[in-house]
Ligand binder design. Sequence first.
Ligand code: ADP
Length: 257
Amino acid sequence: MKSTLQELLAELPRPVLTHIQNLERMRQDFVANVSHELRTPLTVIHGYLETLLEQTEAEHKQENKQAHKIFSQMYQQTLRMENLLADLLLLSSLETDEQLQPSKQAVDVAELLKVICDEAKQISGNANHHISLEADTSLKLRGNENELRSLFSNIIFNAVKYTPKGGKIAVTWQRQKNEAKFTVKDTGIGISKEHIPRITERFYRVDKARSRESGGTGLGLAIVKHVLLRHEGKLEIDSKIGEGSVFTCVFPASRII
Ligand code: ADP
């Protein structure tokens, strides 16, 4: 039985396959163009709101206090939209360049993880998560640093978002047998079994309200999936509701330096 998409596509008559490929390219171009076009107007709105925020902050009249609150909410929404557009653009560039191998620079993963964990501590803020990092400094990876930064930070920041105050987040980077493993273990809310196969789909969220509230775009794990595909890596997810989750990315020996 034919199972993979590639095998099924190979069976199609040439003109049908070309048509499907053209439609797919049109879809990718459309998303990339719309995201790109929306950036400029959004930057203008963002800029004006910043000015209005400063003006209403300076004065202490009651009506200004109210206006300040409204402008501040509008400003937060422009930040959300900007994050969403940045993720959409990144995702579409990862999809469009699918045929191209990512550059093969030697990436110092331990150093990268140190910076990301420091950022995670800032994001955690008053929630006071205990974030630990154990990384093998001799274990480097052949790949694209920006793509890998996005992969690691999406998984680590998710652990912060979905772990209640004071919880533990343990990040490890180590060699195991012939492979390299990146693991993030949290003591968060967990994900029930039926959702796990779908959470790397675009905009799939277990709890929409909670994801929005924490500033999520719903695209983080879709980006993770694509970056892994481009680095011959695999994603494993193990989770228990109320106990926490373990996200593991496994890279093959051919990628280790
Ligand atoms: P979002 O921007 O909504 O976080 P993601 O693609 O990063 O989007 O994640 C998809 C969904 O997977 C999230 O909405 C959340 O429901 C779930 N999820 C991801 N990471 C975790 C985690 N560490 N613990 C619990 N749920 C998680």
